[in-house]
Design a protein around this ligand. Structure first.
Ligand SMILES: Cc1ncc(COP(=O)(O)OP(=O)(O)O)c(N)n1
Ligand SMILES: Cc1ncsc1CCOP(=O)(O)O
Ligand SMILES: [Mg+2]
Length: 230
């Protein structure tokens, strides 16, 4: 891998385009599913959506076979469509294509964004995990990703993480590029403010909503207050 030079970045039509547009909507909530769900999960998801504005929902079920995820996904995808929430599949381009999902999230080991774009077409959102790496984020942008994800910003028990990110990477990214950036990892309503202030376009959150002591509706409502949408 080679780092992009300033010259290469300046000449790149995609980045140049991003740089010139200059408009950034306010930070929004990107809800990640709990690590495991049952057939009754749609009710909990509806409760979460009742708590306030959610921009996207990612179905993230690790170690579950695709037929099972596809079955569990159906009512959730319908609910997301009713509530105008983007329905994102984690890890699998094939499953995202099979379900007609609004997007797919790819980690560094989950496949190439360029290949995903060829398969899924221009309308499907493609997100890429970039850990704490500016270089990976620029590569993802170059490959045509619709958003880059940085993290983990805080300790989390939802996933074993090998990379920790600082809020400054969000500020660096948003100063240079219009492509949205997602902050993830241990984010709660209580610790979210520095990430919002640094420029995160989305907060990707799981346990702070699903393990909220007063339930998922209260969990989302707490974020709505921080994000100024509640
Ligand atoms: C929005 C968002 N950001 C990062 C991740 C992590 O993806 P990955 O690194 O592939 O790890 P797994 O989630 O697959 O365990 C994500 N899922 N969503
Ligand atoms: C999927 C993922 N990738 C980095 S941290 C993380 C877990 C996010 O969940 P939580 O909001 O519960 O920390
Ligand atoms: Mg993954």
């Amino acid at each position: 891998m080679t780092d992009f030079t300033d010259e290469e970045l300046a000449l790149d039509p995609h980045f140049a385009d991003q740089f010139e547009k200059g408009f950034r909507p306010a930070c929004q909530l990107y809800l990640i599913s709990p690590p495991s769900i049952g057939d009754d999960f749609a009710d909990r998801l509806a409760q979460a959506f009742d708590g306030g504005q959610v921009a996207a929902f990612q179905l993230r079920l690790k170690g579950v076979d695709e037929d099972t995820i596809a079955r569990l996904a159906k009512p959730l995808q319908t609910l997301c469509a009713q509530r105008e929430v983007a329905f994102i599949i984690n890890d699998s381009v094939a499953l995202a294509q099979r379900l007609g999902a609004d997007g797919v999230h790819l980690g560094q080991g989950d496949g190439d964004a360029r290949e995903a774009r060829k398969i899924l077409g221009p309308k499907v959102q493609i997100g890429v995990t970039c850990h704490d790496s500016r270089h990976l984020a620029m590569e993802a942008g170059e490959a045509g990703a619709d958003y880059v994800a940085f993290g983990a910003f805080y300790p989390t028990t939802t996933k074993e993480v090998l990379h920790r990110a600082e809020p400054s990477i969000l500020g660096w990214w948003t100063t240079l590029f219009e492509l949205p950036c997602v902050a993830i990892g241990g984010i709660t309503a209580a610790n979210a403010a520095p990430l919002v202030a640094a420029g995160a376009d989305f907060l990707a959150v799981s346990s702070a909503v699903w393990a909220h002591p007063d339930g998922p509706e209260a969990g989302v409502r707490a974020f709505a207050k921080v994000l100024g949408t509640g």
